[in-house]
Structure formats: structure tokens, C-alpha cells
Ligand binder design. Sequence first.
Ligand SMILES: [Zn+2]
Ligand SMILES: [Zn+2]
Length: 181
Amino acid sequence: MGRRSDPVCLICLETLTSEEFRNGEAMTLDCQCRGDLALRHRECAIKWAQVKGDCICELCKHEVKNLPALPPRPPQEEGNAGMEDVYSSQQMVELAPSHADLVFDCVRVTWVAMIVSILFFDMNLASALWTGLVAGLAYSFMVRLMYRQHFAAMQRLAEAHAAGAGSLARGPVHIPIVTVV
Ligand SMILES: [Zn+2]
Ligand SMILES: [Zn+2]
């Protein structure tokens, strides 16, 4: 047995079995990457491409030719919401990252950290995986913490705004200066 370890899907970090290669659930990316670096679950590779919005491989910067064409994504609204929008609780719920987003962010950070470890620090795949995993977990933990504090602050702002609105009527009061001759 010359194999030191089973190949791993670089998106979900699970082991790729020969059975998965046989039934088409696992694939080799058709880019310039060679060896284990080009191996993915088909589903993971497609989901990853959809999240990124293109089929370009980050490792070799070449197009992955054997991914299906991406369905068009709805344009993403950048977070430039005015304060008025932030006050509505409905909007606040929409601003919160979904669980799936967090998990995928975690995976993405894990992946990038791992690639960096391999490319710049000459780590082998196994230790790079661990490094990446630690980075990914730390990242998702921080994001969660950040959002919790962010929303607590928003909540206070909204309450202060509501309280202020009661006593101050609506906006600044203009006192007309009338000169009677
Ligand atoms: Zn996978
Ligand atoms: Zn590649």
C-alpha cells in the first residue's frame, strides 16, 4: 500500500472514497491543478462555484472546464442600508447571517488558510488541514460574537430612537419668525 492517506475534498474536508469516484459523486477538477489538490465532491465544487460566482480555480487561476454552467444569481444588495432601514426589526433579521452562511464562511476561511499554509509554508496536506480548520472555526466564532454585539447595539439604538421620538415630536422644530408691521 503506497498510499499515505485517502484524498480529501478541499471544500467539505471529508474523505473521498473510490466508490464516490466510481458513481460520479466525486470528481477531478479539469483545471491546471494536479493530484489531490484537484479532487472534490461534485456537489461541493458546484456549490463553491455558485458562491464565488465563477468557475475559476483559486489555486491555479485557470477555468475549471468540467463544471456545469452556473445559473444566474440574483444581484446581491450591498450593505448600505440607511439608519431607517436598520430600525425595522424585519430588516435586522434579514441582515443576520443564516446558519448556512456561517458554516460556508467557516469552510471558506478554513480552505483559504489551508491553501496559504500549503503554498507559503510548505506544510503537508494534513497539517495544513488542521491549521485551516482552526482558522475557520476561530473565524466563525468571531463572526457570531461580532453579530451578537452588533445587534445588541442596534437594539439599544432603536430603543433610544423610539423613546426620543415620543418626547421630541417629529424632527427639529422650526419656529417661524414673523415680523408684523
Ligand atoms: Zn466535499
Ligand atoms: Zn486549479
